[in-house]
Design a protein around this ligand. Structure first.
Ligand SMILES: [Zn+2]
Ligand SMILES: [Zn+2]
Length: 257
């Protein structure tokens, strides 16, 4: 049987949790059929580290942007020039991760909204897709997206109920799903997977966080992306190869890999 080829569409390979053994982590992922990785930035500093990884590994692509947790550090001029500069590098494929997180509220709401809006405008000007984070903030998130209408985005690690997020699918955007969907209590996420067309899905690990069921408590790594693909195949009643093929195609198209 031909081994399927997959992409981890969202992982944090510049996280310190990978600093001592990244090449082994990459090796294990390659051995399980994952051939490309999009390493996501949470801050501008992490974005620089992601760019460095992308220079060192053919299989790594990266993003630049400021996460809602760090939104209070966002300065429009500094952030904009950094993202514009990074976008000159062909391995930089999106702005992110950006968005809103009202669960932890690590940055005040107003700062989160300002950083999110600014980065949507920057992505639009550069014609780059956006990697969007959301937690307990879907209403404000939708309001901003309706108003600014970015041409291309993924709601990554989607945990929303289908009825609360389906508008994004109607608007032609994508959802990313992680190992959270494998947890016993994640009925709502599995229902969203059931309703969402595979043609608008990407698969991700969000490593080093969110290990799938069976690996909980351990560091998450890109090799586990297969667990998410298997779950989707089961829910959608299609073969794993089909899930791999379609989601890989979606990811290649979304990021322009
Ligand atoms: Zn996130
Ligand atoms: Zn992330």
């Amino acid at each position: 049987m031909m081994q399927s080829i997959m992409i981890d569409s969202h992982c944090h390979l510049a996280d310190p949790k990978f600093s001592s053994d990244l090449s082994e982590v990459i090796g294990r992922a390659l051995a399980s059929g994952i051939d490309r990785f999009v390493s996501i930035a949470d801050t501008l500093e992490e974005g620089d580290k992601c760019l460095e990884l992308a220079e060192n590994y053919d299989q790594i692509f990266c993003t630049m942007g400021v996460h809602p947790h760090a939104a209070s550090t966002w300065d429009t001029e500094v952030g904009k020039s950094k993202i514009v500069e990074a976008s000159q590098n062909p391995k930089m494929v999106a702005v992110g991760e950006v968005g809103l997180d009202y669960h932890y509220m690590n940055s005040p709401k107003e700062d989160q909204i300002r950083a999110f809006r600014d980065q949507i405008q920057i992505a639009k000007a550069l014609d780059l897709p956006l990697v969007v984070h959301n937690r307990e903030s879907i209403e404000d998130l939708l309001d901003i997206i309706r108003e600014l209408e970015p041409p291309s985005l993924v709601l990554h690690c989607n945990t929303e109920k289908w009825e609360d997020c389906s508008e994004l699918i109607d608007r032609g955007y994508l959802f990313g799903f992680t190992g959270i969907a494998t947890y016993p209590k994640s009925e709502d996420i599995r229902n969203t997977i059931k309703e969402c067309p595979i043609e608008q899905m990407m698969i991700e690990t969000d490593a080093p966080y969110l290990s799938p069921e069976g690996y909980r408590g351990k560091r998450c790594e890109p090799a586990f992306v297969i667990e998410v693909a298997q779950l989707i195949a089961g829910i959608k009643q299609v073969s794993l190869e089909e899930v791999d093929r379609i989601t890989t195609e979606n990811t290649v198209k979304f990021y322009g890999l």
